[in-house]
Design a protein around this ligand. Structure first.
Ligand SMILES: *[C@@H]1O[C@H](CO)[C@@H](O)[C@H](O)[C@H]1NC(C)=O
Ligand SMILES: *[C@@H]1O[C@H](CO)[C@@H](O)[C@H](O)[C@H]1NC(C)=O
Ligand SMILES: *[C@@H]1O[C@H](CO)[C@@H](O)[C@H](O)[C@H]1NC(C)=O
Length: 303
């Protein structure tokens, strides 16, 4: 009897504390360093409107007023950091070779027409610009635009070089980097803890586990940015009983200054759901469509 009361009161205490901390996270967590806030994020520069990861795509998105560019990095044989998605050049250039096997000067141009990965049966026809850019070119051209950098290979030199460029261009406050692999994210954080990191996939799952067991409010977290892939969390929203929990989860993250981005959304229905869920921002291949949607719905741009 006595033991039962003890267990019951302990459990009740735990549940109440957890609930309280979930409501008021700042009791235990210091607010994370304020950084940029992005609502409108152009995936690979807007892969549905221009050839992905080209200067033309980035320029189009920035001219449109995007809050953030998302891009991917690789290292060439001569150790240049280039902006491109795939390890192998077959899909984008029609050449069966890895980026790491060629010098920057040897890299072939993109094909005229590329499939849009997150949009079924959709191809994007490009214009003149078919060049794989250097990360440095992007930093030179857009010194004030926040950039989300996906580190595509687990290569220490790549991580080091990206960090050096970020520091050189004074962009530590305008950058978030990472990968779905936690190994890479750990290396990034170790290389330069001043640059905010993304949650890797294992860490997202861990985060969800902590949330559902009520442990989340007690655990310190180094990450600042959470990117939730489509469609898993969105489809959960169909079920209203889950909605409140998801919303509370996102609200809690938001409260401790995590930024929650949902990717990659390419139609208005999904934009709507994401913003209703409380997402900080939406990543899209169609920046013009997202901008028109936000304008029409009075969703303000980031401050
Ligand atoms: C990292 O990339 C460079 C250039 O492509 C290469 O020489 C080096 O072997 C790579 N390192 C690892 C550990 O893969
Ligand atoms: C980044 O922002 C922090 C906090 O606002 C500031 O202390 C720091 O100097 C900034 N760093 C750079 C490189 O601008
Ligand atoms: C993470 O890195 C792996 C290689 O280690 C790569 O295959 C994968 O595409 C990367 N994922 C993202 C989201 O950048």
């Amino acid at each position: 009897m006595c033991a039962a009361v003890y267990v019951l009161s302990t459990v009740t205490g735990y549940v109440l504390t957890s609930a309280l901390l979930l409501k008021c996270p700042n009791l235990l967590h210091r607010r994370k360093r304020e950084t940029f806030l992005s609502r409108h994020i152009s995936h690979r520069g807007g892969a549905g409107e221009n050839l992905e990861n080209t200067m033309t795509a980035f320029k189009h998105a920035v001219d449109l007023g995007t809050d953030m560019l998302e891009l991917d990095c690789h290292l060439t044989k001569d150790e240049q950091v280039v902006v491109s998605h795939d390890t192998n050049l077959q899909r984008v250039c029609g050449v069966e070779a890895d980026i790491s096997s060629m010098t920057y000067a040897e890299l072939p141009p993109y094909l005229c027409k590329l499939g849009v990965t997150f949009q079924k049966e959709c191809f994007c026809e490009g214009g003149e610009d078919k060049r794989i850019p250097l990360l440095r070119d992007v930093f030179d051209a857009f010194p004030n635009t926040p950039i989300n950098i996906d580190i595509k290979v687990n290569n220490n030199t790549l991580i080091k070089k990206v960090s050096e460029l970020v520091v050189k261009y004074d962009r530590e406050n305008l950058t978030v980097w990472g990968n779905s692999s936690n190994q890479i994210v750990k290396k990034c954080y170790k290389e330069n803890p001043q640059i905010p990191v993304l949650f890797s996939l294992p860490r997202v799952l861990q985060l969800l586990g902590l949330f559902y067991t009520g442990l989340l409010p007690f655990v310190p977290l180094k990450e600042q940015f959470l990117e939730i892939p489509m469609p898993s969390i969105i489809t959960k929203l169909q079920d209203p009983s889950r909605l409140t929990r998801s919303q509370r989860f996102v609200a809690w993250l938001y409260c401790v200054s995590f930024q929650v981005y949902i990717w990659v959304l390419n139609d208005e229905e999904d934009f709507q759901r994401a913003f209703e869920l409380g997402a900080t921002g939406v990543m899209t291949d169609f920046p013009t469509m997202l901008k028109e949607f936000m304008d029409r719905n009075g969703i303000s741009k980031a401050q």
